[in-house]
Design a protein around this ligand. Structure first.
Ligand code: DGJ
Length: 736
């Protein structure tokens, strides 16, 4: 619910458990007056401390610098006296910077709004509202609208800004346009960020906030394996289930920044948006620039509740695909099975064995086009290699379909190999700085899709293949990051627009793709999980989580990913051992359990599996069919984290009505003298009697148990020891 109290000059955004307030200050600035657990309908303008003094000794008629350097701001600007991190920096045509926004007007409207060219949260059967607070800088001739979206059922506030050059003949230059910012007093807060590398994405890092600036960034042209557009600010005593937590996540797939600055008066400024480094945007008179949306989630019940709010927001209000909550076809992907070394015969032999074992789709990965037999060529030449695929793609797809399997295919549309016909014809289509030899990565360059003709070529190359056969799934990959930024499309005063224009072109291409092929199941991917971000969810319901398919490595990767994203979105497959990323050997059963908490599928040569392992596949698929719905739609609970306790991992998906739940338990380290573990289950109904079964265990040794939710929560379920390393168990809990 959004309201404006004229007397208190305060906007209130009320969600079920939080209140967010913006107060118009005496001098017309927008002050951030409150964000946290619900408060009453009172005059809270005192929270903006306008009458207190910092640097200046004058209390009431304070000088501007003193006020701005002290005031908790809603969209701090650069160059006029707030010396903390700014969220907006604009230069006029003469090169002077300085933005001073004063309140002008507001609008409250029902429903959500789209943002031209960018993903945006939308309404689906709930009540939502948008608040637009309009501010102006008359000197610069700009109007800046601060936009806030809320859904009645969620403790989330989704922000972005609209910047319009409203008057004059001259352009202005935006140097920094962040999407969200708010200030609050530090309260011994900690900060959580997600860090990683290739094959080690999104590991959780928690640390106390110190003085000065700290945060996460990407300058890689994409979200990245290394840092993630997410920060959580939380009370240092907060844990999974208690305490105040503020989470921020960015609905964008390019360079980002998310910072916390603790400054002189022990206040925190938290900002998130497009990374201003190497960014600028020329705004001609009459033009508007839209920032991407940043999501702010507040939880007063710890980290887990914050995660659940993000999950519900993304499942219900960001993912558009018809697959968002639906069962996905169980696929088998040939990447780890064959790498580049395959032909029609090999793929059909995999498909034949797969169909006997209840697998539903074959995905042909990298290497089917041009003359690609390693990663050194052919990107851009999206023409079927008929030496490998004898009889062509149509033949292969129809043979796969005859076996009762769907067919999916891999692309890397944004790339160009120097050894390709495309590069030989259009060397200038690769991103590069004139006279500087562009740096290679995975032996490839990146196409300048900010150029219309290049974007069209790349899109058509994909679409043409999809039009040529019955292809029901696409894996859209991206295996290098952007550097040597230059485009013949852009004049020098617009070169700073390149990175953002690149993301806009990517979004345009994927929008076209899902419009032309509305039933396509699209999976995004970037050398594993470097493009696992909410921006991509607007186009694809699932994203490949990581190239590390080892079940134990995946515990940390999937746990970190679950901090923000629902299990329904996590691309997860069972692969062979020793694992190709780390050499570990784990039981096939455990690999299945870990993949079950994702989209589920296989990435192995099924024709080479031992009978003992292959025979487990139909049963694993049966488990996916039995529990998949609960996993995709349920509330997620992190129960124990191997990365913290170094012994075991445990998590649960519980039905929204608390009638049933599926718990996954993985014993990572085994010790002698191991006792039965009592796993405490938070999140069910205290007064309900539940029946607990171990669906995959010997029933005599693990008989059914009955207990109330209260006992489950405080005493726990007894989980017996299994012999050997890396053993897993499923525990099914159902209302008795
Ligand atoms: C990186 C992906 O993450 C892998 O799954 C695979 O598709 C390779 N690229 C193919 O080059």
């Amino acid at each position: 619910m959004i309201t404006f109290n004229k007397e208190f000059k305060t906007f209130r955004i009320d969600t079920p458990n939080s209140t967010y307030c913006i107060t118009i200050s005496e001098k017309g600035y927008l002050a951030h007056s409150y964000y946290g657990s619900k408060i009453g309908n009172d005059d809270i303008s005192y929270l903006t401390r306008q009458m207190e003094y910092g640097f200046s000794s004058s209390e009431v008629f304070r000088e501007k610098h003193s006020l701005l350097d002290f005031l908790p701001q809603e969209l701090p600007t650069d160059g006029v006296g707030d010396f903390r991190e700014s969220a907006l920096s604009i230069y006029n045509n003469n090169g002077n910077n300085g933005v001073e926004l004063k309140y002008k007007d507001y609008k409250i409207s029902e429903g959500t709004q789209t943002i031209p060219g960018l993903p945006a949260v939308f309404d689906r059967n709930s009540k939502s509202q948008v608040l637009e607070i309009i501010t102006t800088d008359e000197v610069l001739g700009i109007e800046v609208s601060l936009m806030y979206t809320v859904f009645e059922e969620l403790d989330a506030v989704i922000r972005y800004t609209k910047i319009t050059n409203t008057k004059g003949k001259n352009p202005v230059y935006i140097k920094k346009a962040l999407s969200a910012s708010f200030d609050m007093d530090d309260n011994n807060y900690d900060m959580i960020t997600l860090h990683g590398s290739w094959a080690r994405e999104r590991h959780i890092d928690r640390h106390p906030i110190h003085m000065g600036k700290q945060g996460v960034v990407s300058m890689r042209g994409e979200t990245s394996h290394q840092e993630h557009p997410f920060i959580a600010i939380l009370e240092n005593k907060a844990d999974e289930n208690t305490g105040s937590v503020y989470g921020l996540n960015f609905i964008y797939s390019g360079n980002f920044v998310a910072d916390v600055q603790k400054s002189q008066f022990n206040s925190l400024r938290i900002v998130m948006g497009i990374n201003p480094e190497n960014f600028s945007w020329k705004l001609n008179p009459g033009e508007t620039f839209y920032t991407p949306q940043a999501v702010l989630v507040y939880s007063n019940q710890g980290i887990n509740k914050m995660s659940q709010t993000f999950h519900d927001l993304y499942r219900n209000h960001l993912i558009r695909s018809e697959y968002r909550l639906k069962e996905r076809p169980v696929l088998i992907n040939n990447w780890e099975a064959t790498y580049f070394n395959f032909d029609t015969e090999k793929l059909l032999s995999i498909a034949k064995e797969a169909s006997k074992n209840k697998i539903e789709m074959l995905v042909m990965d990298d290497g089917w086009f041009g003359h690609r037999s390693s990663d050194d060529s052919s990107l851009g030449d999206w023409i079927v290699n008929e030496n490998k695929l004898k009889g062509g793609l149509k033949y292969l797809v129809s043979e796969v379909n005859k076996l009762g399997l769907k067919f999916g295919i891999w692309f890397e549309p944004e790339m160009i190999s120097p050894d390709s016909d495309l590069y030989r014809t259009h060397p200038d289509w690769a991103i590069q700085i004139p006279e500087r030899e562009p740096g290679m990565s995975r032996q490839q360059l990146v196409l300048d899709i900010t150029r219309k003709e290049v974007e069209e070529y790349a899109y058509e190359a994909v679409a043409k293949i999809l039009r040529s056969a019955n292809i029901e799934y696409v894996k859209w990959d991206m295996n290098r990051q952007l550097a040597d930024i230059g485009s013949i499309n852009l004049p020098s005063d617009q070169m700073g627009e390149f990175y953002h224009r690149y993301v806009l072109a990517l979004y345009r291409m994927q929008e076209k793709l899902i419009t032309e092929f509305p039933n396509l199941l699209l999976e995004n991917c970037s050398g594993g999980g470097a493009r696992f971000d909410p921006g991509m969810f607007f186009y694809s319901p699932q994203i490949w989580c990581s190239d590390d398919t080892d079940a134990i490595e995946r515990l940390s990767i999937q746990e970190g990913t679950s901090i923000i994203y629902p299990l329904s979105t996590m691309g997860a497959h069972v692969s062979v051992c020793p694992n190709h990323a780390c050499g570990r050997v784990t039981p096939f059963k455990t690999r299945g359990y870990v993949a079950l908490s994702g989209t589920f599928g296989y990435e192995l040569d099924i024709t080479k599996l031992s009978d003992e392992e292959r025979n487990q596949i139909p049963h694993q698929i049966e488990l996916y069919k039995r529990y998949g719905d609960l996993i995709r739609t349920g509330d997620y609970y992190r129960i124990a984290s191997y990365s913290q306790n170094n012994e075991y991992d445990c998590w649960m998906s519980a039905a929204k009505d608390k009638s049933k739940a599926i718990v996954t338990f993985i014993q990572v380290m085994n010790h002698p003298n191991y006792k039965t573990r009592f796993i405490k289950i938070n999140g069910l109904d205290d007064n309900t009697l539940y029946k607990i079964t171990f669906p995959d265990e010997n029933q005599e040794q693990n008989p059914e148990i009955k207990m109330t939710g209260l006992t489950l929560r405080n005493a726990g379920i007894p989980v017996k020891r299994d012999w050997g390393d890396f053993q897993g168990k499923l525990i099914y809990i159902e209302k008795f």
